[in-house]
Ligand binder design. Structure first.
Ligand SMILES: [Zn+2]
Length: 326
């Protein structure tokens, strides 16, 4: 191979059309999933103070929002619920008339061509804010898994298109797959939050989903931020249990993890650009310290370049508008 002066890497950078021809990573609307927070009540709309332009919405407003998303060309949402009543065992999570079940039915009856993904965990529904059933301060794994199965099946019965367990209990993918199959939902895919870290970047989400634990933290089930080989073991176990798509969360600070999971398993891979990632870009943009739109696109292209096929992001609407302008 020739070297300088014969070889000149800048040749492909002078002309913008050539740059377009050789670009390796292209972000499209098809890559995006938009998270929505469903709240009780009617005509309710409350901005989350730490997440500008992100709202808790009552079901009627969620339906309006979904229509807008479809018109923008966004094809998939993921729902998080804020129930009216919380209890020790998170009953609303698997009730036929739970907030998510009602929201799914409302959206399905009024909006076409939108994929409804549901987050499956208990922390938004328990009075103590933990992801499972407690015995003292311990989160019981297997008892929690049986409730997650009920939750997943009830989402599917309400009309969910894809189930996304985020709880990080051991064995839940296997049991949820079994539960879905036994109830006639063998074609509903599972996107598992396979590699989910105990991250400080979730701060603003806790406000949005009202799911801050009453004591302690999530370090007994979510992963230590210092570990990467463990990420492969987590991904491998969820794949062997039947996950169709595996997710890494958060995204921006974990590009190495996305890449190693994608390289090793070659599975459809999702990454969640979490609330803290969104809020930091928004805040710095507001202060005029960075060009918000440019950094938004750069952060998402980097996540895709690392190996994510699918990105969950609060920027989905902004990206759709940006792409329409280009
Ligand atoms: Zn949880």
């Amino acid at each position: 191979m020739a070297n300088y002066p014969e070889k000149r890497l800048r040749r492909l950078r002078y002309n913008p059309i050539v740059r377009d021809l050789v670009r390796e990573t292209i972000l499209t609307k098809n890559d995006l999933i938009y998270p929505l927070f469903v709240a009780p009540g009617e005509n309710f709309r409350k901005e989350i103070s730490s997440m500008p332009n992100v709202y808790q919405l009552s079901i009627d407003n969620i339906v309006k929002e979904c229509k807008e998303l479809v018109s923008l060309g966004i094809k998939a949402i993921i729902l998080f619920g804020i129930p009216e009543h919380k209890d020790e065992v998170g009953s609303d999570a698997y009730s036929e008339n739970g907030i998510i079940q009602k929201a799914i039915r409302a959206i399905k009856s009024k909006v076409k061509n939108l994929l409804i993904i549901t987050d499956v965990c208990l922390c938004e529904y328990t009075s103590h804010g933990h992801c499972g059933i407690l015995k003292g301060e311990e989160i019981l794994n297997d008892e929690t898994v049986s409730l997650l199965v009920k939750e997943a099946v009830s989402h599917a019965k309400a009309g969910a298109d894809l189930i996304a367990p985020s709880d990080m209990m051991d064995g839940r993918i296997l049991e949820i797959r079994k539960g879905l199959d036994e109830n006639g939902f063998k074609n509903i895919p599972i996107m598992s939050y396979a590699v989910k870290y105990a991250s400080g970047y979730y701060g603003p989400f806790r406000e949005a989903a009202e799911s801050t634990p009453a004591f302690g933290d999530r370090k007994s089930h979510q992963m230590d931020v210092a570990n990467s080989l463990e990420a492969l073991r987590e991904a491998e176990s969820d794949i062997s249990e039947g996950a169709d798509i595996i997710m890494v969360k958060p995204a921006g600070a974990y590009l190495d993890i996305i890449k190693s999971v994608k390289d090793k398993y070659q599975m459809p891979t999702a990454a969640y650009q979490v609330s803290g990632e969104y809020s930091m870009i928004k805040a710095a943009g507001k202060l005029g310290w960075i060009d918000e739109e440019r950094v938004m696109m750069e952060s998402l292209i980097a996540i895709k370049r690392a190996g994510a096929d699918i990105i969950l992001t609060y920027f989905a609407k902004d990206v759709a508008k940006y792409l329409d302008r280009k």
